[in-house]
Ligand binder design. Structure first.
Ligand code: G6P
Length: 467
């Protein structure tokens, strides 16, 4: 069997400090069970030549983790500026949050090249390579330029924007062409896959093939959607266990019978947190009956703090939370609890089971696994209600949630009011429909479906001639 080589910017070694995020959650399970090599950034930066160019290898279970440091300048140009300051907002169709400068673009491309150089000696001819996410858009092309002939797949964890939106970034065509060096391109939803194909046609001159693929020169590229999944039964079990954990007990006691509204996110401008807080404020201003009857706990783990937009967001949210509590709170009631630290996943699962409402309102999101986890965490006899942005990939599967436009505080307030009043039979019906949509899937199944599509694509597609 071919060895699976996963390449991603963030590598989560189970013994190390795990950074929360959809990619880590989805890939950990797959890698632990399937085994292989996982290559990427160590999470550290240094000027030490060796640490940047000779991978540190850690074996854990069936997985070999190989990581290198970035130099401080690479970290700035590639990670902070171009990946998170340009591509992240672009891919989430939030151009007003986007910065662009040519030096960062060049720094980004240089890191994709350098990581390819470091990976090259670790590769075997029979490997299958799976590259992940927006940090590494240029890597498939870089590997092909180094005569790597293995099947290469690429999966984008974020949304993919319309061709018009994409062309707002100079040199977008470069990235489209680079991606077309892979054999299989995977996206979260059919809409994202379609946006990519339309861009490849318009910007890079690729021809569309019947059956959904693309042709560029003598190469054919498969394009498909592979919605990321969680392990719903494992998560449900964890939530049930943690219902009685000391953390959940303390939270329950502190609520003193109030309904818990829960948000769990990285503190990220795409997550709709400013609007979400405004929606809760609107609820309390317009429906006084929910004063003292609700508590909104928003866990927003600080993230990417060297990027300006993230620092501003943190300041804004802390200010908005203070104002909500100062103007709407009572001497014996604090409406909003904002926590900017990460909380371990097992504790969160217990909080989710306790919550009457899971409030998940990103402005745009590739998938949003928190929405799926919230569904999995519920007690089927007395489930809570998911209030979900219609612009999260997860909304394609979880249409029985209350779907909202995340920029409209009134719509969020209405949805909260509806969810708080909802009868138990309606909550059960909606929950059941959501559960049906996710219950038979798994993170492993998601990974395997991509890898098997890749092995089919790899065997069907003629390799480009080497010079
Ligand atoms: C999202 C991205 C991942 C990223 C994660 C955490 O889920 O799709 O690629 O790893 O956020 O962000 P960070 O910048 O800390 O890696």
């Amino acid at each position: 069997m071919s060895r699976l080589v996963v390449v991603s910017n963030r590598v989560t070694i189970p013994t190390g400090d795990a950074k929360a995020g959809g990619l880590a959650v989805a890939l950990n399970d797959l890698m632990e069970r399937q085994g292989g090599l996982w290559f990427g950034w160590s999470g550290g930066s240094s000027t030490d030549e060796k640490r940047c160019n000779v991978p540190a290898i850690v074996d854990h279970g069936q997985v070999q983790y190989a990581t290198v440091d970035l130099t401080p300048s690479e970290l700035e140009l590639y990670y902070n500026n171009f990946s998170n300051g340009t591509l992240w907002p672009l891919l989430h169709s939030l151009p007003e949050q986007m910065n662009f400068d040519r030096r960062s673009l060049q720094g980004y491309r240089a890191v994709n090249q350098r990581l390819s150089d470091v990976l090259l000696p670790l590769l075997r001819p029979s490997d299958t390579i799976w590259i992940h996410d927006y940090h590494l858009l240029a890597m498939a092309a870089a590997l092909r330029a180094r005569n790597v002939n293995c099947p290469i797949g690429f999966f984008l964890h974020t949304p993919f924007p319309s061709p018009d939106m994409l062309s707002s970034v100079p040199e977008a065509a470069l990235f489209i062409r680079d991606l077309l060096s892979a054999d299989l391109l995977g996206f979260q939803t059919a809409n994202d896959a379609e946006n990519f194909s339309a861009s490849a046609q318009r910007i890079a001159g690729a021809a569309r093939l019947a059956g959904g693929g693309l042709q560029l020169g003598n190469r054919q590229i498969k394009v498909g959607s592979f919605p990321v999944e969680i392990d719903p039964r494992d998560f449900a079990e964890m939530a049930e266990e943690n219902q009685g954990s000391p953390e959940t007990e303390r939270l329950r006691r502190s609520l003193d019978g109030q309904h818990l509204i829960l948000g769990i996110d990285r503190m990220d401008p795409t997550k709709g947190l400013r609007h979400r807080l405004a929606g809760y404020r609107r609820l309390l201003e317009t429906r006084k009956e929910w004063s003292r009857q609700t508590t909104f706990l928003q866990i927003a783990a600080a993230s990417r703090q060297d990027v300006d937009a993230y620092q501003h967001l943190r300041d804004d949210l802390e200010g908005a939370a203070g104002r909500i509590n100062a103007t709407l709170g009572e001497s014996d009631w604090v409406p909003l609890r904002l926590i900017s630290r990460g909380v371990p996943r097992d504790a969160i699962s217990g909080f989710m089971r306790e919550a009457r409402i899971g409030l998940v309102t990103p402005l745009r999101d590739g998938m949003n696994l928190v929405a799926k986890e919230y569904v999995a965490a519920q007690d089927p006899e007395d489930p809570g209600v998911l209030v979900l942005s219609k612009f999260a990939g997860a909304a394609r599967q979880l249409g029985a949630a209350i779907l909202v436009n995340p920029v409209d505080p009134d719509e969020i307030a209405d949805a909260l009011d509806l969810a708080l009043r909802m009868s138990r039979p309606e909550r059960q019906d909606r929950w059941q429909a959501c559960w049906e949509a996710i219950k038979d899937a798994s993170a492993l199944g998601w990974g395997r479906s991509f890898v098997s599509a890749l092995s089919r694509a790899g065997s069907e597609i003629p390799r480009p001639a080497r010079t």
